[in-house]
Write a protein that binds this ligand. Structure first.
Ligand code: ES4
Ligand code: ZN
Length: 322
């Protein structure tokens, strides 16, 4: 019998956000990269964030150690091993290629490194997986379009595209052409929206980018008409409670609107976002929200089932996971 209360699906996970301090030091030694930190403790002392940008600055800096396809494969396998231990049975993973190509890493090295590890996820770790390419919204849309064009030409094994990085001042409307091209090639579309940005950005993601899931979306609650739209159209929101606390979107976990979102009938899924930076993987996340909100077995079952409903999988796989 499937255990309904287990966290079985992860839909909002940046693979670069699973880069643990220990692996940063290991890869730095392997690639002869000089880190600006004395030791692991010094690095960990910097994991106090005031907002999204303060996190992104460290997140992008630490990527300097990721250089070869092997590095990306090792990173991905470490995540898959940890996710498997957390009870994850299906994971859809974000990769930010522009954060690597800008440093001189080839598109093929980062994509093939991650995709190669994902290919063996079922056999090696007992979970199915898929790759979603995310574009950096604080970089020019022309760069995203160029990257997507190359990925299509390479026939890269991806199921969809997304939009991430610094949100405020970088509205979805800037990326219409990129998302049109993705849809024309049968790719699924998602976007970070309503994390730090206003409800208007969620509307744009839905209406202009035609996303089928919204990443975060918690500021949607500020617009009752938007909430109605999301409920009526059963648009999943990939909510990341520990991320929202660590990036000061909410003050404490107890202040997180998770229960209000469930009560409004939103299709909420629970995810870990950047677990190496935000204090926990999916099992830790479920443990924290269960404790903080006294979630019932029924509420946990709804959250788990929502993840399965929201996943980009075929009906047979969905039936297996439900
Ligand atoms: C991210 Cl938490 C978050 N928000 C936006 N972009 C991101 N990239 C990695 N983590
Ligand atoms: Zn995210």
């Amino acid at each position: 019998m499937p255990s309904t209360h287990l966290p079985s699906v992860e839909l909002h996970l940046h693979i670069e956000g699973t880069l643990e301090p220990e692996l940063i030091f290991e890869l730095a030694a392997r690639n002869k990269v000089t880190l600006p930190y004395r030791d692991i403790a010094d690095l960990k002392s910097r994991y106090e964030f005031t907002d999204l940008q303060s996190f992104l600055t460290l997140y992008y800096a630490n990527m300097a150690v990721l250089q070869t396809a092997q590095d990306f494969a090792d990173l991905t396998r470490a995540y898959l091993r940890r996710a498997s231990a957390a009870g994850v049975r299906h994971a859809e993973i974000f990769l930010d290629p522009q954060a690597h190509t800008v440093r001189g890493v080839s598109l093929a090295a980062c994509v093939n490194g991650v995709a190669g590890a994902l290919r063996d996820s079922q056999a090696q770790f007992g979970l199915s997986s898929a790759l979603i390419i995310t574009f950096l919204r604080d970089q020019p849309a022309a760069e995203a379009l160029d990257t997507l064009t190359q990925l299509i030409a390479m026939n890269a094994p991806i199921i969809g595209i997304g939009l991430d990085s610094a949100e405020v001042g970088h509205p979805p409307i800037d990326f219409v052409e990129v998302f049109d091209l993705a849809r024309a090639h049968g790719l699924k579309c998602v976007a970070h929206a309503g994390e730090e940005g206003p409800p208007e950005y969620v509307w744009q993601a839905l209406q202009l980018l035609q996303v089928s899931r919204v990443d975060h979306g918690i500021r949607s609650l500020e617009d009752p008409l938007l909430v109605d739209y999301l409920v009526q159209n059963a648009i999943p929101l990939t909510v990341c409670p520990l991320s929202n606390v660590r990036l000061r979107v909410v003050d404490t976990l107890a202040d997180h609107p998770l229960q209000a979102m469930l009560e409004r009938g939103l299709l909420v899924t629970i995810n870990s976002d950047d677990p190496a930076y935000f204090g926990g993987y999916l099992d830790d996340t479920f443990a924290a929200i269960t404790r903080t909100f006294n979630l019932t077995v029924d509420q946990l079952a709804v959250l788990a089932r929502n993840g399965v409903r929201a996943a980009f999988i075929d009906d047979d796989r969905r039936a297996e996971l439900l």
